[in-house]
Design a protein around this ligand. Structure first.
Ligand code: SF4
Length: 426
């Protein structure tokens, strides 16, 4: 049966109430973004909106059908870059990722914008510049014009505003535009930017009716001249296609089929064993830095993958990588793993004093159940716990460098998670 993707009739939720103050430029921007997406007719499942903190960050709740990601302040472009890299390197490179960020967030995350432009990832940034931090009370931003009055510049701003379009041009961005939120052709320019293969940025100058107009003689009509007086231009400032987007360059260097088969072969992670595991288990492994604790945990994960299980591994050690404790938390599951933390471990493996002390620090022993298997080196004092304790002289028999490895092997044998051969093969 062949299916057809229905043509979207709107991307923004029909008849939704805009959450912004009356006259706020964000309302225009979102309606024009909807126009642009409608014009391009991209399937909603191939549209990804990444929003920042600030009033513009309310946008994602208004778009029901595309993917939406709400991020931390200033980091939306970094998230979008990561999403786009994953899409271009690991998937079909069809996602259209659009960032909605304010002028406050754009300055906080300036390096992310520069980086995205240099990489030339297929991300479109809509930079909504209303000259201030609207959501937090109207404080000035790096985009505030000279003499602009805000709670943080009560006598008028004395710092010249940044020209972000110029910064983007210097970062080799090939589509850069500056528009007013009220421009009739804004939707067309946004469509052009989104369609552009590679990085694009549209700075949209708009009015914060709540904060920008109370102490400043500013109107929707006047903001054009404010921008022009500071030597900044409107319009499409560049629209070139000289540089290939990152995904294309990467694919040229790393053809997908070859890269995949090579990594499969090198890692040896071809499923060849069966596991009896029916539910998710969490295993905490603790020892000393330099004694291969984390690499032994990685071997456990590889054995699990070879036994058709899902797994995650989180490592922890002090800043001084070569001394002190070394910790690994491994989750194994026959199903997808949605949370990588371990509240109550099913097994704890401790092979050195550093590891034991760290587990005390983290109050791990207080959280063990009678069903938890605690494998501990015989040289260590036994903690007071409800867990089922199994002692073994791992260090004496195998030395510190192999203690964790041998303890994990014993755990695999005792637990019967999967054949011990899987661990020995990995
Ligand atoms: S505070 Fe300013 S930016 Fe925020 S919704 Fe109101 S007018 Fe818009």
């Amino acid at each position: 049966m062949t299916g057809t993707i229905p043509t979207p009739t709107t991307f923004i939720t029909e008849n939704c109430a805009m959450p912004f103050c009356k006259g706020c430029g964000h309302t225009h921007v979102l309606r024009k973004l909807n126009d642009a997406l409608m014009k391009l007719q991209i399937p909603p499942s191939k549209v990804n909106l990444v929003t920042d903190i600030g009033c513009i960050g309310l946008a994602d709740a208004l778009f029901e059908t595309p993917h939406t990601v709400h991020t931390t302040h200033g980091r939306s472009t970094a998230f979008a870059t990561g999403i786009e890299l994953a899409d271009s390197v690991l998937s079909d490179s069809k996602l259209k990722t659009v960032v909605l960020i304010g002028d406050g967030g754009a300055m906080i995350g300036l390096l992310h914008l520069v980086n995205a432009a240099l990489l030339n990832v297929d991300v479109t940034v809509l930079l909504c510049n209303n000259f201030l931090f609207g959501m937090t009370g109207g404080q000035h931003s790096a985009f505030s014009p000279m003499e602009f009055i805000t709670p943080t510049t009560p006598d008028g701003n004395i710092i010249p505003p940044i020209d972000m379009c110029r910064v983007m041009l210097d970062a080799r961005a090939e589509f850069v535009a500056r528009k007013l939120a009220t421009d009739k052709d804004l939707g067309d320019v946004l469509a052009e930017a989104i369609q552009h293969p590679g990085f694009s940025l549209v700075e949209i100058v708009e009015l914060c009716t709540e904060h920008a107009t109370t102490k400043n003689e500013l109107t929707g009509n006047a903001i054009r001249s404010v921008i022009e007086e500071q030597g900044q231009e409107f319009g499409i400032l560049t629209n070139e296609k000289n540089r290939a987007e990152f995904g294309v360059l990467y694919a040229d260097k790393n053809p997908r089929d070859q890269a995949f088969s090579a990594s499969q072969k090198d890692d040896g992670l071809i499923p060849q064993f069966e596991s009896k595991l029916k539910h998710q288990v969490g295993i905490v492994i603790a020892g000393s830095a330099g004694e291969r604790v984390q690499s032994a945990a990685k071997k456990l994960c590889e054995a699990a993958v070879m036994s058709r299980l899902h797994c995650t591994q989180k490592n922890d050690n002090p800043v001084t990588q070569g001394s002190g404790f070394s910790l690994a938390e491994v989750i194994l599951s026959p199903h997808d793993i949605f949370y990588t933390g371990i509240e109550t471990p099913d097994a704890v493996i401790v092979v050195s004093e550093d590891g034991l002390n760290e587990l005390y620090e983290k109050h791990v022993f207080d959280r063990l159940k009678p069903t938890t298997m605690l494998l501990i080196d015989s040289s260590l004092p036994k903690p007071h716990t409800d867990a089922n304790i199994i002692e073994y002289p791992f260090r004496k028999e195998y030395g510190g460098a192999k203690a964790a490895l041998k303890a994990i092997e014993l755990y695999v044998q005792q637990s019967g998670l999967f054949p011990v051969e899987a661990f020995q093969t990995s």
